[in-house]
Design a protein around this ligand. Structure first.
Ligand code: NAI
Length: 464
Protein backbone atom coordinates (compact mmCIF):
# COMPACT_ATOMS: atom_id res chain seq x y z
CA UNK A 1 0.00 0.00 0.00
CA UNK A 2 1.29 3.43 -0.91
CA UNK A 3 0.41 6.64 0.98
CA UNK A 4 -0.55 10.05 -0.32
CA UNK A 5 -1.68 13.40 1.18
CA UNK A 6 -4.39 15.67 -0.21
CA UNK A 7 -6.31 18.78 0.78
CA UNK A 8 -9.62 17.19 -0.17
CA UNK A 9 -10.59 13.57 -0.95
CA UNK A 10 -13.92 12.75 -2.54
CA UNK A 11 -15.50 9.28 -2.59
CA UNK A 12 -17.76 8.70 -5.60
CA UNK A 13 -17.49 10.19 -9.09
CA UNK A 14 -21.17 10.72 -9.92
CA UNK A 15 -22.68 14.14 -10.73
CA UNK A 16 -22.16 15.07 -7.06
CA UNK A 17 -18.61 13.85 -6.59
CA UNK A 18 -16.93 14.73 -9.89
CA UNK A 19 -18.48 18.22 -9.88
CA UNK A 20 -17.26 18.73 -6.28
CA UNK A 21 -13.77 17.57 -7.35
CA UNK A 22 -13.62 20.04 -10.25
CA UNK A 23 -14.85 22.92 -8.07
CA UNK A 24 -12.35 22.10 -5.31
CA UNK A 25 -9.50 21.92 -7.85
CA UNK A 26 -10.59 25.26 -9.35
CA UNK A 27 -10.31 26.72 -5.84
CA UNK A 28 -6.64 25.70 -5.81
CA UNK A 29 -6.93 22.54 -3.72
CA UNK A 30 -5.02 19.31 -4.23
CA UNK A 31 -7.81 16.80 -4.84
CA UNK A 32 -8.20 13.01 -4.89
CA UNK A 33 -11.30 11.49 -6.47
CA UNK A 34 -12.00 7.83 -5.70
CA UNK A 35 -14.37 5.64 -7.74
CA UNK A 36 -14.86 1.88 -7.57
CA UNK A 37 -16.79 1.68 -10.83
CA UNK A 38 -17.24 3.99 -13.82
CA UNK A 39 -16.97 7.77 -13.92
CA UNK A 40 -20.37 9.47 -13.95
CA UNK A 41 -22.13 7.37 -11.30
CA UNK A 42 -25.74 6.22 -11.52
CA UNK A 43 -26.79 9.24 -13.59
CA UNK A 44 -24.42 8.61 -16.48
CA UNK A 45 -24.08 4.83 -16.38
CA UNK A 46 -27.45 3.40 -15.30
CA UNK A 47 -29.77 6.36 -14.76
CA UNK A 48 -30.57 9.68 -16.43
CA UNK A 49 -28.39 9.45 -19.53
CA UNK A 50 -29.02 5.86 -20.70
CA UNK A 51 -32.76 6.14 -20.05
CA UNK A 52 -33.01 9.49 -21.82
CA UNK A 53 -31.01 8.11 -24.75
CA UNK A 54 -33.47 5.23 -25.13
CA UNK A 55 -36.39 7.61 -24.55
CA UNK A 56 -35.07 9.77 -27.43
CA UNK A 57 -35.38 6.69 -29.67
CA UNK A 58 -38.88 6.09 -28.29
CA UNK A 59 -39.85 9.72 -28.95
CA UNK A 60 -38.61 9.53 -32.53
CA UNK A 61 -40.64 6.37 -33.06
CA UNK A 62 -43.65 8.16 -31.56
CA UNK A 63 -43.25 10.94 -34.14
CA UNK A 64 -42.78 8.46 -36.98
CA UNK A 65 -46.03 6.74 -35.99
CA UNK A 66 -47.72 10.15 -36.25
CA UNK A 67 -46.08 10.99 -39.58
CA UNK A 68 -49.31 10.81 -41.54
CA UNK A 69 -50.77 13.59 -39.36
CA UNK A 70 -47.97 15.79 -40.70
CA UNK A 71 -48.57 14.78 -44.31
CA UNK A 72 -45.74 12.28 -44.49
CA UNK A 73 -46.20 8.68 -45.60
CA UNK A 74 -43.88 6.22 -43.92
CA UNK A 75 -44.13 2.81 -45.54
CA UNK A 76 -42.42 0.59 -43.01
CA UNK A 77 -40.89 1.03 -39.57
CA UNK A 78 -38.99 -1.56 -37.63
CA UNK A 79 -37.02 -1.44 -34.40
CA UNK A 80 -33.46 -2.66 -34.14
CA UNK A 81 -33.19 -2.83 -30.35
CA UNK A 82 -29.54 -3.92 -30.49
CA UNK A 83 -28.70 -0.71 -32.38
CA UNK A 84 -30.79 1.32 -29.99
CA UNK A 85 -28.93 -0.02 -26.96
CA UNK A 86 -25.57 0.33 -28.75
CA UNK A 87 -26.32 4.03 -29.27
CA UNK A 88 -27.04 4.26 -25.53
CA UNK A 89 -23.69 2.61 -24.75
CA UNK A 90 -21.89 4.94 -27.18
CA UNK A 91 -23.43 8.01 -25.55
CA UNK A 92 -22.34 6.75 -22.12
CA UNK A 93 -18.84 6.06 -23.35
CA UNK A 94 -18.51 9.53 -24.96
CA UNK A 95 -19.63 11.23 -21.78
CA UNK A 96 -17.36 9.13 -19.56
CA UNK A 97 -14.43 10.24 -21.72
CA UNK A 98 -15.59 13.83 -21.32
CA UNK A 99 -15.49 13.57 -17.52
CA UNK A 100 -12.08 11.88 -17.66
CA UNK A 101 -10.75 14.76 -19.77
CA UNK A 102 -12.11 17.31 -17.28
CA UNK A 103 -10.55 15.45 -14.36
CA UNK A 104 -7.15 15.40 -16.03
CA UNK A 105 -7.44 19.03 -17.17
CA UNK A 106 -8.14 20.07 -13.57
CA UNK A 107 -5.16 18.01 -12.29
CA UNK A 108 -7.34 15.84 -10.04
CA UNK A 109 -5.84 12.49 -9.02
CA UNK A 110 -8.30 9.71 -9.85
CA UNK A 111 -8.10 6.47 -7.84
CA UNK A 112 -9.86 3.31 -8.97
CA UNK A 113 -11.04 1.11 -6.09
CA UNK A 114 -13.30 0.80 -3.06
CA UNK A 115 -12.63 3.41 -0.35
CA UNK A 116 -13.22 2.94 3.38
CA UNK A 117 -12.40 5.01 6.44
CA UNK A 118 -9.34 4.20 8.55
CA UNK A 119 -9.86 7.35 10.65
CA UNK A 120 -11.68 10.70 10.17
CA UNK A 121 -8.80 11.89 7.98
CA UNK A 122 -7.57 8.69 6.38
CA UNK A 123 -9.08 6.51 3.70
CA UNK A 124 -7.93 3.10 2.63
CA UNK A 125 -8.46 2.59 -1.10
CA UNK A 126 -8.45 -1.08 -1.96
CA UNK A 127 -7.44 -2.79 -5.19
CA UNK A 128 -6.49 -1.78 -7.81
CA UNK A 129 -5.39 1.54 -6.23
CA UNK A 130 -4.02 0.03 -2.93
CA UNK A 131 -3.34 3.41 -1.35
CA UNK A 132 -3.84 5.16 1.98
CA UNK A 133 -5.13 8.66 1.36
CA UNK A 134 -4.76 11.28 4.08
CA UNK A 135 -6.97 14.31 3.50
CA UNK A 136 -7.78 17.40 5.55
CA UNK A 137 -11.35 17.29 4.29
CA UNK A 138 -13.41 14.41 2.91
CA UNK A 139 -16.58 14.58 0.82
CA UNK A 140 -18.83 11.50 0.63
CA UNK A 141 -20.76 11.16 -2.62
CA UNK A 142 -21.56 7.46 -2.82
CA UNK A 143 -25.14 7.85 -4.05
CA UNK A 144 -27.99 5.35 -3.85
CA UNK A 145 -29.05 1.93 -5.12
CA UNK A 146 -32.46 0.51 -6.08
CA UNK A 147 -34.59 -0.64 -3.17
CA UNK A 148 -34.98 -4.42 -3.19
CA UNK A 149 -38.13 -5.89 -1.63
CA UNK A 150 -37.63 -8.97 0.58
CA UNK A 151 -40.91 -10.58 -0.58
CA UNK A 152 -39.81 -10.42 -4.25
CA UNK A 153 -36.06 -9.84 -4.59
CA UNK A 154 -34.67 -9.11 -8.06
CA UNK A 155 -33.00 -12.08 -9.79
CA UNK A 156 -31.86 -9.70 -12.59
CA UNK A 157 -32.97 -12.26 -15.17
CA UNK A 158 -36.78 -12.02 -15.10
CA UNK A 159 -37.30 -9.82 -12.03
CA UNK A 160 -35.35 -6.68 -12.85
CA UNK A 161 -34.44 -3.38 -11.27
CA UNK A 162 -33.81 -0.22 -13.30
CA UNK A 163 -30.14 -1.21 -13.77
CA UNK A 164 -30.73 -4.75 -15.01
CA UNK A 165 -33.61 -3.61 -17.25
CA UNK A 166 -31.13 -1.40 -19.10
CA UNK A 167 -29.04 -4.51 -19.84
CA UNK A 168 -31.93 -6.42 -21.37
CA UNK A 169 -31.21 -7.64 -24.90
CA UNK A 170 -34.84 -7.69 -26.07
CA UNK A 171 -37.98 -5.62 -25.84
CA UNK A 172 -40.38 -7.36 -23.43
CA UNK A 173 -43.66 -8.43 -25.01
CA UNK A 174 -45.30 -7.89 -21.64
CA UNK A 175 -43.71 -5.80 -18.91
CA UNK A 176 -45.18 -5.58 -15.42
CA UNK A 177 -43.86 -2.57 -13.51
CA UNK A 178 -44.11 -2.55 -9.73
CA UNK A 179 -44.14 1.05 -8.54
CA UNK A 180 -45.74 3.98 -10.33
CA UNK A 181 -43.13 6.59 -9.39
CA UNK A 182 -40.57 8.42 -11.56
CA UNK A 183 -38.77 5.29 -12.73
CA UNK A 184 -41.87 3.16 -13.20
CA UNK A 185 -43.69 5.77 -15.28
CA UNK A 186 -40.66 6.67 -17.44
CA UNK A 187 -40.00 3.02 -18.33
CA UNK A 188 -43.73 2.40 -18.81
CA UNK A 189 -43.88 5.12 -21.49
CA UNK A 190 -40.64 3.99 -23.14
CA UNK A 191 -41.54 0.31 -23.45
CA UNK A 192 -45.15 1.06 -24.37
CA UNK A 193 -43.78 3.12 -27.26
CA UNK A 194 -41.49 0.25 -28.27
CA UNK A 195 -44.47 -2.10 -28.41
CA UNK A 196 -44.55 -3.80 -24.99
CA UNK A 197 -47.83 -4.42 -23.27
CA UNK A 198 -47.23 -2.53 -20.02
CA UNK A 199 -48.98 -2.84 -16.66
CA UNK A 200 -48.11 -0.53 -13.75
CA UNK A 201 -48.90 -1.91 -10.30
CA UNK A 202 -48.96 0.76 -7.60
CA UNK A 203 -49.59 0.18 -3.90
CA UNK A 204 -50.98 3.70 -3.28
CA UNK A 205 -54.31 4.99 -4.64
CA UNK A 206 -52.55 6.87 -7.48
CA UNK A 207 -49.38 6.86 -9.58
CA UNK A 208 -46.90 9.75 -9.14
CA UNK A 209 -48.59 10.44 -5.82
CA UNK A 210 -45.72 12.62 -4.54
CA UNK A 211 -46.47 15.04 -7.39
CA UNK A 212 -49.91 16.00 -6.11
CA UNK A 213 -53.40 15.26 -7.47
CA UNK A 214 -53.24 17.57 -10.53
CA UNK A 215 -50.26 15.74 -12.04
CA UNK A 216 -51.18 12.25 -10.92
CA UNK A 217 -54.75 12.53 -12.26
CA UNK A 218 -53.61 14.03 -15.57
CA UNK A 219 -50.95 11.36 -16.05
CA UNK A 220 -53.26 8.50 -15.03
CA UNK A 221 -55.76 9.62 -17.63
CA UNK A 222 -53.20 10.19 -20.42
CA UNK A 223 -51.21 6.98 -19.83
CA UNK A 224 -54.42 4.96 -19.69
CA UNK A 225 -55.63 6.53 -22.96
CA UNK A 226 -52.35 5.54 -24.58
CA UNK A 227 -52.96 1.92 -23.61
CA UNK A 228 -50.86 1.50 -20.46
CA UNK A 229 -52.75 -0.52 -17.88
CA UNK A 230 -52.60 0.98 -14.36
CA UNK A 231 -53.63 -0.94 -11.26
CA UNK A 232 -53.59 1.29 -8.20
CA UNK A 233 -54.22 0.40 -4.54
CA UNK A 234 -52.79 -2.99 -5.47
CA UNK A 235 -50.39 -4.92 -3.29
CA UNK A 236 -47.82 -7.31 -4.70
CA UNK A 237 -47.63 -10.39 -2.50
CA UNK A 238 -44.89 -12.16 -4.41
CA UNK A 239 -43.36 -12.86 -7.81
CA UNK A 240 -42.64 -16.34 -9.16
CA UNK A 241 -40.06 -16.36 -11.94
CA UNK A 242 -39.68 -19.22 -14.40
CA UNK A 243 -37.24 -19.53 -17.30
CA UNK A 244 -39.55 -17.72 -19.69
CA UNK A 245 -41.83 -15.47 -17.63
CA UNK A 246 -42.99 -14.18 -14.26
CA UNK A 247 -46.21 -14.63 -12.36
CA UNK A 248 -47.08 -11.79 -10.03
CA UNK A 249 -49.43 -12.50 -7.18
CA UNK A 250 -51.48 -9.40 -6.37
CA UNK A 251 -53.98 -8.44 -3.72
CA UNK A 252 -56.50 -8.44 -6.60
CA UNK A 253 -55.51 -11.70 -8.33
CA UNK A 254 -52.45 -12.45 -10.42
CA UNK A 255 -50.87 -11.44 -13.72
CA UNK A 256 -48.24 -12.92 -16.01
CA UNK A 257 -45.58 -11.06 -17.97
CA UNK A 258 -42.23 -11.93 -19.58
CA UNK A 259 -40.45 -9.53 -17.22
CA UNK A 260 -41.15 -7.61 -14.01
CA UNK A 261 -39.48 -4.29 -13.22
CA UNK A 262 -39.28 -3.46 -9.52
CA UNK A 263 -39.18 0.35 -9.19
CA UNK A 264 -40.26 1.00 -5.62
CA UNK A 265 -37.68 3.63 -4.73
CA UNK A 266 -33.96 3.92 -4.09
CA UNK A 267 -31.98 3.79 -0.85
CA UNK A 268 -28.77 5.57 0.17
CA UNK A 269 -25.59 3.61 -0.40
CA UNK A 270 -22.94 3.76 2.31
CA UNK A 271 -22.16 0.06 2.72
CA UNK A 272 -18.54 -0.81 3.26
CA UNK A 273 -17.44 2.76 4.01
CA UNK A 274 -16.67 1.82 7.64
CA UNK A 275 -18.32 5.05 8.79
CA UNK A 276 -17.81 4.09 12.45
CA UNK A 277 -14.05 4.59 12.06
CA UNK A 278 -14.77 8.24 11.25
CA UNK A 279 -17.30 8.57 14.08
CA UNK A 280 -20.15 8.90 11.56
CA UNK A 281 -23.62 7.38 11.80
CA UNK A 282 -26.49 7.17 9.35
CA UNK A 283 -30.06 7.95 10.40
CA UNK A 284 -32.70 5.21 10.63
CA UNK A 285 -33.31 5.38 6.85
CA UNK A 286 -29.60 5.12 6.04
CA UNK A 287 -29.08 8.79 5.10
CA UNK A 288 -26.07 10.72 6.35
CA UNK A 289 -27.24 13.83 8.21
CA UNK A 290 -25.76 17.13 6.98
CA UNK A 291 -26.26 20.79 7.82
CA UNK A 292 -26.94 23.48 5.19
CA UNK A 293 -23.19 23.71 4.52
CA UNK A 294 -23.30 19.98 3.61
CA UNK A 295 -21.11 19.17 6.60
CA UNK A 296 -21.82 16.02 8.64
CA UNK A 297 -21.74 16.04 12.47
CA UNK A 298 -18.02 15.15 12.12
CA UNK A 299 -16.14 18.37 11.36
CA UNK A 300 -14.27 18.23 8.06
CA UNK A 301 -16.41 15.45 6.61
CA UNK A 302 -19.08 16.46 4.13
CA UNK A 303 -21.78 14.44 2.35
CA UNK A 304 -23.72 15.24 -0.81
CA UNK A 305 -26.24 13.79 -3.24
CA UNK A 306 -28.61 10.82 -2.77
CA UNK A 307 -26.71 9.86 0.37
CA UNK A 308 -28.15 12.90 2.18
CA UNK A 309 -31.81 12.29 1.30
CA UNK A 310 -32.63 15.88 0.30
CA UNK A 311 -33.87 15.05 -3.22
CA UNK A 312 -32.60 12.16 -5.31
CA UNK A 313 -31.85 14.26 -8.37
CA UNK A 314 -28.54 14.58 -10.23
CA UNK A 315 -28.72 18.37 -10.41
CA UNK A 316 -29.31 18.60 -6.64
CA UNK A 317 -26.21 16.44 -6.10
CA UNK A 318 -24.17 18.77 -8.35
CA UNK A 319 -25.44 21.84 -6.50
CA UNK A 320 -24.57 20.25 -3.15
CA UNK A 321 -21.19 19.20 -4.57
CA UNK A 322 -20.29 22.78 -5.38
CA UNK A 323 -21.47 23.96 -1.94
CA UNK A 324 -19.46 21.21 -0.17
CA UNK A 325 -16.33 21.93 -2.25
CA UNK A 326 -16.48 25.67 -1.46
CA UNK A 327 -16.90 24.95 2.27
CA UNK A 328 -14.22 22.24 2.31
CA UNK A 329 -11.92 24.80 0.70
CA UNK A 330 -12.59 27.24 3.57
CA UNK A 331 -15.56 29.19 2.18
CA UNK A 332 -19.05 29.66 3.56
CA UNK A 333 -21.77 28.65 1.15
CA UNK A 334 -25.25 27.34 1.92
CA UNK A 335 -27.23 24.82 -0.11
CA UNK A 336 -30.69 26.04 -1.08
CA UNK A 337 -33.67 24.10 -2.37
CA UNK A 338 -36.45 26.66 -3.03
CA UNK A 339 -36.18 26.40 -6.79
CA UNK A 340 -35.23 22.81 -7.59
CA UNK A 341 -36.72 21.80 -10.94
CA UNK A 342 -37.83 18.19 -11.27
CA UNK A 343 -38.62 16.51 -14.57
CA UNK A 344 -40.31 13.20 -15.30
CA UNK A 345 -39.40 12.09 -18.81
CA UNK A 346 -42.67 10.41 -19.60
CA UNK A 347 -44.72 10.99 -22.76
CA UNK A 348 -45.88 13.70 -22.18
CA UNK A 349 -43.08 15.13 -20.03
CA UNK A 350 -43.90 16.53 -16.60
CA UNK A 351 -41.86 19.28 -14.95
CA UNK A 352 -42.29 21.16 -11.69
CA UNK A 353 -40.47 23.73 -9.61
CA UNK A 354 -41.18 25.42 -6.29
CA UNK A 355 -44.45 24.95 -4.42
CA UNK A 356 -47.63 23.28 -5.64
CA UNK A 357 -50.90 25.13 -5.04
CA UNK A 358 -51.65 22.85 -2.05
CA UNK A 359 -48.19 23.41 -0.54
CA UNK A 360 -48.45 27.19 -1.03
CA UNK A 361 -51.85 27.27 0.69
CA UNK A 362 -50.57 25.09 3.53
CA UNK A 363 -47.81 27.66 4.04
CA UNK A 364 -50.45 30.37 4.45
CA UNK A 365 -50.21 32.06 1.02
CA UNK A 366 -53.32 33.43 -0.67
CA UNK A 367 -52.64 32.11 -4.13
CA UNK A 368 -53.47 33.14 -7.66
CA UNK A 369 -53.16 30.43 -10.28
CA UNK A 370 -52.67 31.01 -13.98
CA UNK A 371 -53.04 28.05 -16.29
CA UNK A 372 -52.84 28.04 -20.06
CA UNK A 373 -53.71 24.92 -22.05
CA UNK A 374 -51.24 24.15 -24.83
CA UNK A 375 -54.16 24.16 -27.27
CA UNK A 376 -54.10 27.98 -26.96
CA UNK A 377 -50.42 28.17 -27.94
CA UNK A 378 -49.62 28.62 -31.65
CA UNK A 379 -46.37 26.62 -31.60
CA UNK A 380 -48.13 23.71 -29.88
CA UNK A 381 -50.74 23.70 -32.64
CA UNK A 382 -48.01 23.91 -35.31
CA UNK A 383 -46.18 20.97 -33.78
CA UNK A 384 -49.42 19.06 -33.16
CA UNK A 385 -48.54 18.99 -29.44
CA UNK A 386 -51.65 20.42 -27.85
CA UNK A 387 -51.83 17.95 -24.97
CA UNK A 388 -50.90 19.55 -21.65
CA UNK A 389 -50.65 22.95 -20.01
CA UNK A 390 -48.41 25.38 -18.18
CA UNK A 391 -49.43 26.65 -14.76
CA UNK A 392 -47.97 29.31 -12.48
CA UNK A 393 -48.81 29.58 -8.80
CA UNK A 394 -48.33 33.12 -7.50
CA UNK A 395 -48.79 35.00 -4.24
CA UNK A 396 -51.91 37.14 -4.68
CA UNK A 397 -50.55 39.84 -2.35
CA UNK A 398 -47.05 40.36 -3.73
CA UNK A 399 -47.17 38.76 -7.18
CA UNK A 400 -44.22 36.58 -6.20
CA UNK A 401 -44.01 33.36 -8.19
CA UNK A 402 -44.20 30.44 -5.77
CA UNK A 403 -44.27 27.46 -8.10
CA UNK A 404 -44.91 26.19 -11.59
CA UNK A 405 -46.04 23.02 -13.31
CA UNK A 406 -45.81 22.15 -16.97
CA UNK A 407 -47.02 18.98 -18.63
CA UNK A 408 -46.46 18.38 -22.33
CA UNK A 409 -44.18 19.20 -25.24
CA UNK A 410 -40.73 20.51 -24.18
CA UNK A 411 -41.74 20.61 -20.48
CA UNK A 412 -38.21 19.57 -19.49
CA UNK A 413 -36.74 22.70 -21.09
CA UNK A 414 -39.61 25.05 -20.34
CA UNK A 415 -39.28 24.65 -16.57
CA UNK A 416 -35.91 26.48 -16.58
CA UNK A 417 -37.58 29.90 -17.00
CA UNK A 418 -39.67 29.36 -13.88
CA UNK A 419 -36.66 28.06 -11.90
CA UNK A 420 -34.83 31.28 -12.80
CA UNK A 421 -37.87 33.35 -11.85
CA UNK A 422 -38.37 31.67 -8.46
CA UNK A 423 -34.66 31.61 -7.59
CA UNK A 424 -34.38 35.33 -8.35
CA UNK A 425 -37.77 36.34 -6.92
CA UNK A 426 -39.02 37.64 -10.25
CA UNK A 427 -42.74 38.46 -9.90
CA UNK A 428 -45.58 37.62 -12.30
CA UNK A 429 -45.58 41.18 -13.71
CA UNK A 430 -41.97 40.80 -14.89
CA UNK A 431 -42.78 37.59 -16.78
CA UNK A 432 -45.69 39.44 -18.37
CA UNK A 433 -43.47 42.40 -19.32
CA UNK A 434 -40.86 40.10 -20.89
CA UNK A 435 -41.30 39.73 -24.64
CA UNK A 436 -41.34 36.02 -25.43
CA UNK A 437 -40.53 34.96 -28.99
CA UNK A 438 -43.47 33.91 -31.14
CA UNK A 439 -44.27 31.19 -31.99
CA UNK A 440 -42.62 29.24 -29.15
CA UNK A 441 -43.75 26.99 -26.33
CA UNK A 442 -42.17 29.51 -23.92
CA UNK A 443 -45.04 31.91 -24.65
CA UNK A 444 -47.01 29.61 -22.35
CA UNK A 445 -45.39 31.32 -19.34
CA UNK A 446 -46.29 34.78 -20.64
CA UNK A 447 -49.89 33.65 -21.03
CA UNK A 448 -50.00 31.78 -17.70
CA UNK A 449 -48.69 34.90 -15.91
CA UNK A 450 -51.36 36.95 -17.69
CA UNK A 451 -54.05 34.51 -16.52
CA UNK A 452 -52.73 34.63 -12.94
CA UNK A 453 -52.98 38.45 -13.07
CA UNK A 454 -56.46 38.14 -14.60
CA UNK A 455 -55.52 39.86 -17.86
CA UNK A 456 -55.23 37.03 -20.38
CA UNK A 457 -55.02 37.84 -24.08
CA UNK A 458 -55.50 34.35 -25.47
CA UNK A 459 -58.18 33.14 -23.06
CA UNK A 460 -61.50 34.76 -22.17
CA UNK A 461 -61.27 36.75 -18.90
CA UNK A 462 -62.20 34.94 -15.68
CA UNK A 463 -65.81 35.34 -14.61
CA UNK A 464 -66.04 37.85 -11.72
P1 NAI B 1 -40.40 6.70 -6.34
O1 NAI B 1 -40.29 6.91 -4.89
O2 NAI B 1 -40.53 7.87 -7.26
O3 NAI B 1 -41.67 5.76 -6.66
C1 NAI B 1 -41.83 4.48 -6.11
C2 NAI B 1 -43.29 4.09 -6.18
O4 NAI B 1 -43.40 2.73 -5.83
C3 NAI B 1 -44.18 4.87 -5.23
O5 NAI B 1 -45.29 5.39 -5.93
C4 NAI B 1 -44.61 3.83 -4.19
O6 NAI B 1 -45.88 4.04 -3.67
C5 NAI B 1 -44.56 2.55 -5.01
N1 NAI B 1 -44.37 1.33 -4.23
C6 NAI B 1 -43.51 1.14 -3.19
N2 NAI B 1 -43.58 -0.15 -2.76
C7 NAI B 1 -44.48 -0.78 -3.58
C8 NAI B 1 -44.96 -2.12 -3.66
N3 NAI B 1 -44.53 -3.08 -2.84
N4 NAI B 1 -45.88 -2.43 -4.62
C9 NAI B 1 -46.32 -1.46 -5.47
N5 NAI B 1 -45.89 -0.18 -5.43
C10 NAI B 1 -44.98 0.15 -4.51
O7 NAI B 1 -39.15 5.78 -6.71
P2 NAI B 1 -38.53 5.39 -8.11
O8 NAI B 1 -39.50 5.58 -9.21
O9 NAI B 1 -37.96 4.04 -7.91
O10 NAI B 1 -37.37 6.46 -8.28
C11 NAI B 1 -36.31 6.55 -7.29
C12 NAI B 1 -35.69 7.93 -7.26
O11 NAI B 1 -34.97 8.16 -8.44
C13 NAI B 1 -36.73 9.02 -7.14
O12 NAI B 1 -36.62 9.57 -5.86
C14 NAI B 1 -36.39 10.02 -8.20
O13 NAI B 1 -36.11 11.28 -7.61
C15 NAI B 1 -35.13 9.49 -8.87
N6 NAI B 1 -35.33 9.53 -10.33
C16 NAI B 1 -35.38 10.72 -10.96
C17 NAI B 1 -35.62 10.77 -12.31
C18 NAI B 1 -35.69 12.09 -13.00
O14 NAI B 1 -35.26 13.07 -12.44
N7 NAI B 1 -36.24 12.17 -14.20
C19 NAI B 1 -35.84 9.56 -13.10
C20 NAI B 1 -35.78 8.37 -12.33
C21 NAI B 1 -35.52 8.37 -10.99
Amino acid sequence: MTEKRYDIAIIGAGPGGYVAAIKAAQLGKFVALIEKDHLGGTCLNVGCIPTKTLISSGNLLHQIKRAQEFGIQVKETSINYAMMTKRKDDVISTMRKGIDTLIKANKIDLYQGHAEFESPNTLKVLSPANTYIHAEKIILATGSIPFDVKAFPCDHVRILDSTSLLNLQEIPKQLAIIGGGYIGCEFACLFHELGSQVTIIEALPSILSTQGPLISEFMTSTLTKRGISIQTSTKVNGIKASKKDVEISLSSGSIKADYALVAVGRKPFSEGLKLEKAGLKTDEKGFIPVNRFMETPVKGIFAIGDLTGKAMLAHVASHQGIVAAINAAGGEEEAHYEAVPAVIFTTPEVATVGLSEEEAKAKGFKTTVGRIPFSAIGKAQAASETEGFAQIIGDRKTGQILGAIVIGHEASNLIAEMALAIENEIPLECVLQTIHAHPTMAESWHEAAAVALNMPIHLPPRKK
